[in-house]
Design a protein. Sequence first.
Length: 341
Amino acid sequence: MVPVTRMATDSSKAGMPLLTVAVPTFNRSRYLATFLSAVAPQIARENCVELLISDNASTDGTAELVQSYQSQGILIRYVRNESNIGADGNILQCFELASGKYVWICGDDDVIEPCGLNTLLKYLTSQDEYDLISLHARGFTGDYSPQTAKSPEKIKIFKRPEDLARRVNVFFTFITGMIINKQRVSSFPHRPFSGLVDTNLVQLSWTYSALEHHRRSLIIYTPLVATLANNTGGYALFKVFGTNLKRITDEWLSSPRVRSAIYRGTMQSFFPWFLVKSKNGSAFLSEDPHRILRPAFGNYLHYWVFDFPIIKLPRILGIGWFWMVKVINKVDKTLLRGIGS
């Protein structure tokens, strides 16, 4: 665990909870307020859920916000770091302090939809045990407006890790979209999770550990969470999802099929969108995409077909190529519908 000095108020429920919902936060009380207002009534109804908030030494009233909910009887395990240990360090702290069998780390600007927690628990309490649960999300802009998920939910179970990787690929990195069976991950040897601190992808340490020993996983396609659009940035996107993702995937996953599925999805579905955005300016640090991505993915045909033309073509032609890629991706999704059990 990352060595820190911290102060904690522990209002967690007695015994090992089934699920820990953990929120790493730093100076974003305005977003955390929206998260808490949505999750508090759901948590109050569930005695098998631990709510953990790891505050990275915020100075904006986060502590007072959490205490206001605690004073209302909402059980919150609140950890406040005396100094900022970095985003990855705080995310790792969330995972290591979580006492639940399953761990769901949520971004502080994401929101669990009404009945989202109840719907999830329906699957966590079923006879089937899952190594990973992948959640789809809906995006929103401006103020959050709740939407109740349609029932019955659209789901799919996966027994082969390569099939799961084809569907999830780069979104194994989406923290709010991944729920991990910590009890199972803790039962087998794995690399030190702290080894991925400062890569912006520390969450892949436990996610890939679960994927490496995969038995059964679940995707819930019906959105149970909402994510605030255009509220990220300030880091080198192509270095993180190019250089770092490639290295980590090579080192942590032994299956060539699983690695290939992750790379293909990243090159075909993820990079094209951000390459178009980079031509228009974005919230991410300015980078030379080809210089960064070619060493990582230059040996893959997918890079030259789906990414390189968008990088090199004039802006209008690059956008046209992007829309062609979108059509191909839509066809691919249709063909993948039959994969899984």
